[in-house]
Design a protein around this ligand. Sequence first.
Ligand SMILES: Nc1ncnc2c1ncn2[C@@H]1O[C@H](COP(=O)(O)OP(=O)(O)O)[C@@H](O)[C@H]1O
Ligand SMILES: [Mg+2]
Length: 398
Amino acid sequence: MRHPHTNLATASSSNPRSRELRGNDKTVSIGSRKRTTKTRELIENCYRTVLETSSSAIMLLSPDSIILGWNRSAEAISGWITNEVLGRSYVELFVPKEARAPFMMKLAQVTSGKEVRGLKIPLQARTGSRTMLSWNISRVLGTHGNLIGLMAIGSPVIPDTGIEEEFRLAYTQLLTEARRAEKVAEAERCRISRELHDEFGQTLTGLKFDLSWFSKKLSQAPAPTDSTHLLNKIQAMSGSVDALLESLHATVAALRPAMLDDLGLVPALECLAATFQLRTGVQCALDVAPDVSSLELPSETSTALFRVAQELLTNVMRHAAASQVRMRLCRSVGHVTLEVTDNGKGIPNERATLPHSFGLRGMHERASLLGGHFHIAGSSRAGTTACLSLPIAGYGAP
Ligand SMILES: Nc1ncnc2c1ncn2[C@@H]1O[C@H](COP(=O)(O)OP(=O)(O)O)[C@@H](O)[C@H]1O
Ligand SMILES: [Mg+2]
């Protein structure tokens, strides 16, 4: 510590004797004056080393904030050298204007005997940059109890990055959980679809055969008197079974498009486009870039692409009043992208940018679960374009 008072290092307590006791009492009992001086020098050297090597800014101030001495860290943090600041006001040189009054108030409190702990006041360096310091300030008394000055120790406040890290971890855990839940849900859909197909499909098909057997029998001679009535009834029942079978197939396909597993993404999308066109009369084209067909996508990626295509086509059917839809599947560096464009009335801007409804939210969630992006935009003249882009590990530049 470079300061004009050589006894500072041994007298920084509010109790004038507390620091002295350890060194003095021992040495007095030894009884040699020479050894007392040596021990004191040793202790002073220790204190000086501690002060000089501390990473905190340590300074001795007068009650009205005149700098009487400081250590190397204070020099480093402030950007001023010792000779430039000795005898000048710390508050005027280093404390930002808005913090001067509170700082001076605390100095007055310390002077009157009250210690200050953890006072957060920034130090404004020579360059203008500010370092937030947490100050502990206490009185420094001489051997006779006289006030030498105020010892101010300012430790840099380290920003709490722990909270950020905790958020990051929690978000990663949430994503992992959501991904797991999505996988479980997909497996469950798969199971239900199989059960429905096997259980209901077979029973209904059996029923349909029985009905046609009855129908044949009744048509054969000799026919009962009311056979026409019975035949009409059977035909109506057969029609109901047909309708049920059709709706069962649609449900099974919606729960888990078997083709996605059996044939892969591209044929499943082709089938989706063809079914959409047949059902709605809206022209639906599918372009697949040649280098996409050969990609081996993980099942969760192709499922997400298929589900989003399904939802986007449903939206076109329900909201767009379009006459044409185009689906494009292509590949860029490390990504596979599905783009669906219609020439309808265009999604309103507020719906696209603040997706509160389940369909759009679901598509955003699917994308972020897999580390990808979903974007949708529309204009009343150009229709709507939606784009899902998902990362494909291990596929760099095409
Ligand atoms: N292709 C589209 N063309 C025009 N409007 C659309 C289109 N897709 C979505 N929208 C609008 O965005 C809204 C949100 O869509 P979505 O989240 O799928 O919910 P939902 O289909 O259940 O209404 C729709 O209600 C509709 O107003
Ligand atoms: Mg929808």
